[in-house]
Design a protein around this ligand. Structure first.
Ligand code: PGA
Length: 251
């Protein structure tokens, strides 16, 4: 990766526009197929509102034998720095609550050691885990174009690192969790590792994401919208529900 601002032609990506009521089942079926084909799948997973229906479908699919997680490795995408261990807003807690803790045969889970005395060292350790290889990364899209905590200003060659959070990210957390003190920092898997993964799936739902999804996919890539760099990925699939896809060129 050059890390420069020179335009790089976007690669073709797969866009699946799905009904709001059924998108999660479709994505869960694809995920289950990946697990069946490769039981030792190494997958990086996000938290947030977007993937919650997917995780519910995956729990159900595991119960039917369609999503065997037991030999897989789940690597956490991002984590707040400064929230105490066990806080319900922590990303590791949310992923355990919504998915990992509900599975009969849970995967190996690699959380981010956000409590470490040296968060830079913790980020480097997580980067090394990611650099061992990720078969699949699943991402949500922030209202400001972030993926993980790769906030505007991030570059495609950024490693996993300690980052300062955007004001809008912090405000969204206040609204969502009612936190009295929202952290100013986080650790995120960097765009470099996301772009190296075998596959990247971007999940986008809801009308409020329509404009930023169009920005990410159909305008020139740039650091103002880190998600736009995902178009460099050779195997990017975008799963959007109808309202989120409403502003995209189609056909
Ligand atoms: P959301 O967050 O899924 O809760 O909308 C996405 C994000 O900010 O990355």
């Amino acid at each position: 990766m050059s890390g420069s601002s020179e335009p790089v032609p976007g690669r073709p990506y797969r866009l699946e526009v799905l009904p709001s009521a059924g998108w999660a089942r479709v994505v869960a079926a694809s995920f289950g197929a990946r697990l069946q084909a490769r039981p030792a799948l190494r997958v990086c997973l996000p938290t947030g509102d977007t993937p919650a229906p997917l995780y519910a479908e995956l729990v159900a699919a595991e119960g039917r034998g369609d999503a065997p997680f037991a030999s897989a490795t789940v690597v956490l995408l991002d984590e707040w720095v400064g929230l105490p261990a066990g806080d319900p807003a922590r990303c590791d807690v949310r992923l355990r609550d919504q998915l990992l803790g509900r599975l009969d045969g849970p995967p190996r889970f690699v959380a981010i050691d956000a409590d470490a005395a040296d968060p830079d060292a913790a980020a480097a350790a997580h980067d090394a885990e990611c650099a061992r290889g990720l078969d699949l990364v699943i991402l949500g899209l922030g209202m400001n174009g972030h993926v993980g905590f790769n906030e505007p200003g991030s570059r495609p060659d950024d490693p996993t690192r300690l980052v300062r959070l955007a004001v809008s990210t912090r405000e969204a957390a206040v609204t969502r969790y009612g936190l009295p003190h929202v952290p100013t920092a986080g650790i995120t898997v960097g765009l470099a590792r996301l772009l190296e993964a075998g596959e990247a799936w971007l999940l986008v739902t809801g009308e409020r994401k329509a404009s930023i999804l169009r920005r990410a996919l159909e305008e020139p890539e740039g650091p103002d919208c880190p998600a736009s760099y995902l178009r460099r990925h050779p195997r990017l699939a975008v799963f959007a529900d109808e309202p989120a896809a409403a502003l995209l060129r189609r056909g």
